[in-house]
Design a binder for this molecule. Structure first.
Ligand code: OSB
Ligand code: MG
Length: 378
């Protein structure tokens, strides 16, 4: 496909309710969207960064800077055979996986649309529906958390994940487990504990958790390798895993028994697919994580979740849990059985509501051959 231009935009969109994790609370999202125009069609991707560097080191503003200065200008007028050729073009940009993934995934959407097939199919996915769980933010007290869990279970969700942090952990999980003894239940600490907290973390053994996600430092695979033999809960790594090499190290060190794959965190669909295959080969279950995405990022997560290694319910849930109005149509809906039907249409399979995107846009920049020429002559 011949890449004509790239449009980078920032939209502002408000979550229905604030979402609290161990690293902070967010309600007003600042999301970057990448649109790639190639062979006359548009492919869409979402940059899944947070507004602050609390989850990883990237932010909305760092991603804008990296993309506008070092990535987007490389593409106009270039012809590539496959979206999977993109990572090789940006190996000189170290890190910034989420920034790069926004453009790579837009190329995947474009390639699938040009081929007239769904993104799921282009990626090699087989599932026609995916299994869904929810991630619940930290709440004021255990009773209100129990009520929230009840509500999401009645919506059909198959797995409940509770965000925890020191002081808002044991009693909250205990209350939920006491009320719902049989459900698939996990916790996510987003790096809020230290290896010295091992006795406290081992006290969660009694809750028969499906997994404990990223209890220790965001970049410390070795510390998780020390912790895993000392607790019964299977450790799931999220923040620590940026690529297939990290996953191989973590698996070999027995630092985890499960991996959360976020398409953005690992740099895009190409690396996510490779990581999924590596885990499958080694018997490590994976699931698709979320970053409070708009419908565009959510659609990419749905497509990725159809690959064979994704054997556990992911954090991919309905548009209406997050937004009054999403930027895609139809919105992402979840069945009473807690599944999402994978769209069969070309590309991401959802229409982008361009007028709504325009209305939410606070800045945009277009990169085309002429804009590159004007930069060079400036
Ligand atoms: O660690 O999985 C996480 C949201 C923002 C940053 C990190 C995480 C999360 C979630 C929410 O858990 C997942 C979602 O519903 O999109
Ligand atoms: Mg997580």
């Amino acid at each position: 496909m011949k890449i004509e231009s790239i449009v980078l935009r920032e939209i502002r969109i408000r979550l229905k309710s604030p979402f609290e994790t161990s690293f902070g609370t967010v309600q007003n999202r600042r999301i970057l969207l990448a649109e790639v125009i190639a062979d006359g069609i548009s492919g869409w991707g979402e940059v899944t960064v947070g507004e602050t560097p609390g989850y990883n080191s990237e932010t909305t503003d760092t991603a804008w800077q990296i993309l506008s200065e070092f990535v987007a200008p490389l593409l106009p007028a270039r012809t590539i055979d496959h979206a999977s050729d993109f990572p090789a073009l940006v190996t000189h940009v170290r890190g910034h996986e989420m920034a790069k993934s926004g453009i790579e995934n837009a190329l995947w959407d474009a390639e699938a649309k040009l081929a007239g097939i769904s993104l799921s199919r282009l990626l090699g996915g087989a599932r026609e529906e995916i299994n869904c769980g929810v991630s619940l933010g930290i709440r004021e007290n255990p009773q209100s958390l129990v009520a929230k869990v009840q509500q999401e279970l009645s919506n059909g969700y198959q797995r409940i994940k509770l965000k925890i942090k020191p002081g808002k952990d044991y009693e909250f999980v205990k209350a939920v487990r006491a009320e719902f003894p049989g459900i698939l239940l996990s916790v996510d600490a987003n790096s809020a504990y230290r290896i010295d907290d091992v006795t406290h973390l081992a006290s969660f053994d009694e809750f028969n958790l499906l997994m404990m996600e990223q209890p220790l430092d965001w970049d410390d695979i070795f510390a998780h390798a020390k912790l895993q033999p000392l607790i019964r809960s299977p450790i799931c790594l999220d923040e620590c895993i940026h690529n297939t090499r990290h996953a191989l190290a973590a698996i070999e060190l027995n630092a985890c028994r499960i991996i959360n794959i976020k398409v953005g965190r690992v740099g895009g669909h190409t690396e996510a697919r490779s990581l999924q295959a590596a885990c499958k080969e080694r018997g490590i279950p994976v699931w698709c994580g979320g970053m409070l995405e708009s419908g565009i990022g959510r659609a990419h997560n749905i497509a990725m979740s159809t690959l064979p290694g994704f054997t556990l319910p992911g954090d991919v849930s309905a548009s209406r849990r997050y937004w009054d109005e999403d930027i895609i149509e139809p919105e992402v809906e979840v069945t009473k059985e807690g599944t999402i039907q994978v769209p069969a249409g070309p590309g991401i399979g959802y229409r982008v509501r361009r007028a709504r995107v325009e209305a939410l846009t606070v800045r945009s920049q277009t990169f085309s051959k002429s804009s590159r020429a004007s930069l060079l002559t400036a």
